[in-house]
Design a protein around this ligand. Structure first.
Ligand code: CP
Length: 354
């Protein structure tokens, strides 16, 4: 097979230069142009990986990524590790914090200050909303620069950028970007404008909370939010979206529903199912009441358009029956692979030679 050696085109743009040493904490900091750049770069990464392009290994040699996960992860952690290694970089990985000095009472700030001495970037998952931003500030302080404002996390040569790999009920921006890439890759039109999306189960899903605002940066997006009233999308966030000027300007709409109606089945381009997160419920009896309210099976999927794609950030519990795994509409396994391409793109933009 052809082994290409030319550089990654998306990395040579002026916009790509602005990503160097940039922290990635929230989708609020990511513009439509940023999203388009990440998708373009991820497409190139995919093509190069499939083409076994060895020049990928020259993108981040001698760079070290610190991965610290205070909460369990399969996909995010392993895809960041795979991405870094596919770019020629190396890793320091703490996935069992109890085996680190965290178990001796070390604070988040001090742990990050430690990693910032050894690594060129730090990727963190933590159960507390806001922990990634706190880590980004700590990483700056470790360099003797004093406390910096949020905008100063970007474009500092001596910055140790922090990447948010999920902060409790806060955000999971790399998941949002990989979701957008999956939609771009697998919907028949290969564009995100004009999509009808249906989200199922919402209240505690940080993914949906970040993905809907990101989708609304595009045009003619229709979003159906399906959930029991108790698990509905938070009013505060919904109102913020509805009142956003861009919603009207971009002709985007939100429609709430308690059921997956025939209209939803027949018009949806992307169905996004999420796990009801047991770990976020203080009362387990409430979780027991609502789990399994909507289960996607083949009889439901087969009522959808043949081109509809079914996504799930995974892990699943029983929201999608395993019989759906072979249904051509199911793209949740491909979605995981897209995660590696997007994380390669992000690490190349933030840490790579370009
Ligand atoms: N989607 C996702 O974040 O999966 P993990 O929790 O396994 O990383």
């Amino acid at each position: 097979s052809a082994k290409r050696s030319a550089g990654i085109k998306a990395l040579t743009t002026k916009r790509a230069q602005e990503w160097k040493n940039r922290a990635l904490l929230s989708m609020e900091d990511i513009s439509l142009e940023d999203i388009e750049l990440v998708l373009e770069c991820a497409s190139e990464m995919k093509e190069r990986v499939l083409n076994e392009d060895e020049s990928l290994l020259t993108i981040a040699p001698n760079k070290i990524l610190g991965c610290i996960f205070y909460e369990p992860s399969t996909r995010t952690c392993s895809s960041f590790q795979a991405a870094m290694q596919r770019l020629g970089g190396k890793l320091i990985s703490i996935t069992d914090v109890q085996s680190s000095s965290v178990s001796k009472g070390e604070t988040l700030d001090d742990t990050i200050r430690c990693l910032a001495q050894y690594c060129d970037a730090v990727c963190i998952r933590h159960p507390t909303k806001g922990a990634a931003k706190q880590a980004a500030i700590a990483a700056q302080v470790s360099k003797g620069g004093g406390k910096k404002k949020k905008e100063e996390f970007f474009l500092k040569k001596d910055n140790v950028p922090v990447i948010n790999a999920g902060d409790g009920s806060g955000e999971h921006p790399t998941q949002v970007l990989l979701d957008l890439f999956t939609m771009f890759e697998y919907n028949e039109r290969h564009r995100i404008d004009n999509l009808t999306m249906t989200f199922i189960d919402l209240k505690y899903r940080r993914t949906a909370h970040s993905l809907v605002p990101a989708l609304f940066k595009f045009r003619n997006i229709k979003v159906h939010l399906v959930s029991p009233k108790f698990l509905a999308f938070p009013d505060e966030l919904k109102n913020k979206l509805i009142e956003d000027e861009r919603i009207k300007k971009h002709n985007n709409t939100i429609i709430e529903s308690k059921e997956i109606t025939q209209t939803i089945l027949q018009t949806t381009d992307v169905m996004y199912v999420t796990r009801i997160q047991k770990e976020r419920f203080s009362d387990s009896s409430v979780y027991e009441k609502f789990k399994g309210v909507y289960v996607i099976d083949n009889s439901l999927l087969n009522k959808c358009k043949p081109t509809m794609i079914l996504m799930h950030p995974l892990p699943r519990v029983d929201e999608i029956a395993t019989e759906c795994d072979d249904n051509p509409r199911s793209k949740y396994f491909q979605q995981m692979k897209c995660g590696m391409y997007v994380r390669m793109a992000l690490l190349a933009l933030i840490l790579g030679n370009h």
